[in-house]
Design a protein around this ligand. Structure first.
Ligand code: BES
Ligand code: MN
Ligand code: ZN
Length: 523
């Protein structure tokens, strides 16, 4: 008797412990922490920024001195030219105290190099260092504080590895911490912490969310995770609509998309009121399809797995609000995530069904696979009439068509307000998240006219991306300045890039929108 009780207690204890361990393992990968200091480490390995023409900066100079010009000799022997986006591994010179040094090329001193280029230099060097050292050593930079901050920002983004599901820890490449040894480290840290790190963290959470499979991220868990991220930030209010709230508010379009799934739809509305009271906000509305099977108009199975990323627009809107709130931006911004899982099922909506939206307009469903514009119809109308935004931006992985037109280089931009276009294009260049304008004209609005309902959700007669844009535009009041960003081609990249080590989500939109709002709306 006694024995069996002990056994039961032991089993209970063990299962409790293992569930805690599991929970620990299932936690999201925390953003890499960036530290700035002023002192070179005494020994070990090192990354060292060096310029062309033998200019090493103060850290390089001291290493060169301690080693009797050993650094100069080592660089000469390796024939390293210190061009940007290159690195060179050398054995550290005797007397320097170090083992190995990875030289990081900074180009010609005083050459004009853009922020993006510095960021890419940081990301590229970081990824090299991970491959070489596993645990990344300190990175010594004698550069302008803003340059150091941008290199650190790039290194953090470049250190994004989605490796939480590898049980073999030898495969793990995530770095918990990266140390920067920088001249003027206080100034570098100040600029980095107030302006760049909040954005990096917003991108980080966005990528995590998009990379997660759809058995982990569905409408309710999306809401839960973002609520946790936003908890504790000032001036944030969150409101979540469930199915009943949707029905009460006549949101028949988002409700209809969610019907086929066991996992109910949600509309997550985040108000960040960091600006003046009563000032019109910028509203960001994101497509949040946590998985897109196509519904009854089911997709082919090739690459369907990838449709877990179909909530990337919603993730980027939340990531942007997170970034703005984290740096206490003096601006009012609304983030709306229109969330549903698009599944076939006994209760799913059918092609031919007619749904009524919050705006009052009716829609004939032609393809249940054109679901993004449906959830946005209600989400965007709600944002428009509730907040009278100064600018309304929607982000959506809306069409395959935009990827065929623009590839991975640009998101498609559509608007009725052409005066906004050049500002978006230049902010895209500045932030590395580029956009290209595609047409939106009367023909595209004609293409969605319907003889059964007011509009239909897909028409045969228009370029797909423009028809999708027109459909969304039909739910925005014409006077509201509105921009639609189709990010279907750019939200995901199967290749590693300097700003992202893992194949997968790019977090596209956070840098662009953070930059745009900062430039044109912040006080
Ligand atoms: N989520 C897809 C768009 C997509 C397709 C993104 C491929 C990335 C890669 C969207 O919901 C969709 O299915 N769009 C259809 C629209 C059509 C049915 C009018 C498309 O683009 O084929
Ligand atoms: Mn679809
Ligand atoms: Zn979709």
């Amino acid at each position: 008797m006694k024995r069996s009780i002990t056994l039961i207690i032991t089993v209970m204890l063990l299962s409790f412990v293992s569930s805690v361990v599991m929970a620990e393992k299932d936690r999201n990968i925390q953003p890499t922490e960036i530290k700035f200091s002023s002192q070179l480490p005494p020994d070990g390995n090192l990354l060292l920024g060096v310029y062309e023409n033998g200019f090493y900066g103060s850290f390089g100079d001291s290493i060169d001195e301690n080693s009797n010009n050993g650094l100069t000799h080592a660089i000469k022997a390796s024939e390293y030219e210190a061009k940007t986006m290159t690195t060179q591994l050398i054995t550290a010179p005797v007397g320097s105290g170090f083992n190995q040094i990875l030289l990081v090329g900074l180009g010609t001193k005083d050459a004009s190099i853009t922020d993006i280029e510095w960021q890419n230099i940081g990301g590229n060097a970081l990824q090299k260092a991970v491959e070489l050292f596993k645990q990344v050593p300190s990175i010594a930079l004698d550069v302008d504080p803003k340059v150091a901050a941008n290199i650190a920002f790039g290194a953090k983004l470049g250190s994004y590895y989605f490796d939480k599901y590898y049980t073999d820890t030898k495969r793990h490449k995530h770095q918990q911490k990266i140390n920067f040894v920088a001249s003027k480290n206080k100034a570098a840290n100040k600029y980095y912490s107030s302006e760049l790190n909040p954005v990096a963290n917003g991108i980080w959470h966005t990528r995590n969310m998009s990379n997660e499979p759809a058995n982990v991220i569905y409408p309710e868990s999306f809401v839960k995770q973002w609520s946790q991220h936003l908890k504790g930030l000032d001036n944030i209010k969150i409101r979540v609509f469930d199915e009943n709230d949707m029905l009460k508010n006549n949101m028949g379009a988002i409700y209809g998309v969610g019907r086929g799934s066991k996992r109910p739809p949600r509309l997550m509305v985040v108000e960040y009121m960091g600006g003046n009271k009563g000032e019109a906000p910028v509203a960001l509305v994101g497509k949040g399809i946590t998985f897109d099977t196509g519904g009854i108009s089911i997709k082919g199975s090739n690459n369907m797995w990838n449709m877990k990323f179909d909530m990337s627009g919603a993730a980027s809107t939340m990531g942007t609000v997170f970034a703005l709130a984290s740096r206490n931006a003096k601006v009012n911004v609304i983030g709306v995530a229109a969330l549903a899982e698009n599944m076939p099922g006994a209760n799913a909506q059918r092609p031919g069904d007619v749904v009524k939206t919050m705006s009052g307009k009716t829609i004939q469903i032609r393809s249940t696979d054109a679901e993004g514009r449906l959830v946005l119809a209600d989400g965007i109308h709600y944002a428009d009439v509730t907040y009278n935004p100064a600018l309304l931006i929607d982000l959506a992985t809306l069409t395959g068509s935009v990827g065929r037109a623009l590839g991975k280089d640009y998101a498609g931009l559509f608007t009725r307000h052409d005066d906004l276009v050049s500002n978006f294009i230049s902010m895209g260049k500045q932030t590395g998240e580029e956009v290209w304008q595609l047409p939106l004209n009367d023909n595209h609005f004609k293409a969605i006219e319907n003889n059964v309902a007011d509009v239909m959700n897909s028409g045969p007669d228009a370029p797909g991306a423009s028809a999708g844009a027109a459909f969304i535009g039909a739910f925005v009041r014409e006077d509201t300045p509105w921009v639609h960003l189709d990010i279907a081609g750019v939200a995901w990249n199967d290749k590693a890039t300097p700003s992202k080590a893992s194949p997968g989500s790019t977090g596209f939109g956070v840098r662009l929108l953070n930059g745009y709002i900062k430039e044109y709306y912040e006080k």
